[in-house]
Design a protein around this ligand. Structure first.
Ligand SMILES: Cc1cc2nc3c(=O)[nH]c(=O)nc-3n(C[C@H](O)[C@H](O)[C@H](O)COP(=O)(O)OP(=O)(O)OC[C@H]3O[C@@H](n4cnc5c(N)ncnc54)[C@H](O)[C@@H]3O)c2cc1C
Length: 203
């Protein structure tokens, strides 16, 4: 199975990345049309334990589990080109345009781009060219991040988002980095800086 972007981790950052990628569809942008996206997730987002009171735009006392469901629904509502798989990624190999993402259940997904969004608790995925270091923004010791170029690129075709990218452990910071990664990928496809801003229809 081949995808344009495989996102490893369907928490705050991975789903935010998927939503922004999905929102590139149906706009008549020939470089974006028909792109396929996959989120592979094993269900352990930190949001599962959260009760959110301070996430901008999210109603006070929203359960993290509800927010996760809403984010998945939003991605699906924006495009039918986003697939979701429950599985654990064990290995990422290859290069931009020809990555292979291997899962515990034995599936292999091919991808042009891979986004690592698997949180900061540990990084046990076999993956060439990633440097895993201590996470200086973590409130607790023992958390990790992957070094990147300052704009979330680890190497060509390989991006990192969320707490694994070293952003602060707040929902919006994690989600924002996922959005930035999506915009970076879309801008690479377009060959120019891209934003996606919608406006109300005029009467
Ligand atoms: C108890 C608690 C309360 C919180 N309260 C708040 C709050 O009030 N306000 C706030 O702003 N933030 C809060 N947060 C922080 C917020 O939950 C995190 O900032 C956010 O979830 C981080 O997003 P992320 O995408 O980096 O990681 P996560 O959301 O943790 O997502 C990572 C995903 O990757 C998956 N994954 C990991 N490894 C693999 C693999 N090998 N293959 C496939 N999938 C994999 C995991 O299952 C998980 O779903 C709270 C966190 C906790 C723990």
């Amino acid at each position: 199975m081949r995808y344009d972007v495989v996102i490893v981790g369907g928490g705050a950052s991975g789903l935010a990345c998927a939503i922004t990628l999905a929102s590139s569809q149906g706009r008549g942008w020939e470089w974006a049309e028909g792109r396929k996206f996959l989120v592979i997730d094993n269900g352990k987002s930190d949001l599962n334990r959260a009760l959110l009171k301070n996430a901008p735009g999210v109603p006070v006392e929203t359960l993290g589990t509800e927010l996760l469901e809403k984010l998945r629904e939003q991605a699906k509502a924006l495009s039918e080109n986003v697939d979701f798989v429950e599985d654990t990624v064990v290995k990422v190999e290859g290069e931009k345009g020809s990555f292979k993402v291997h899962t515990q259940s034995g599936n292999v997904y091919e991808a042009e781009y891979v986004v690592l969004a698997s949180g900061f608790h540990k990084f046990e995925i076999e993956c060439e060219g990633v440097e895993v270091v201590d996470n200086p923004k973590s409130p607790k010791p023992g958390r990790v991040m992957i070094k990147h170029d300052g704009d979330y690129k680890v190497r060509e075709g390989l991006y990192v988002a969320g707490l694994l990218a070293g952003v602060s452990s707040m929902f919006t910071a994690a989600a924002g980095s996922g959005v930035q990664v999506a915009i970076n990928i879309l801008s690479e496809w377009a060959g120019k800086p891209i934003v996606i801003h919608d406006v109300p229809k005029k009467d």
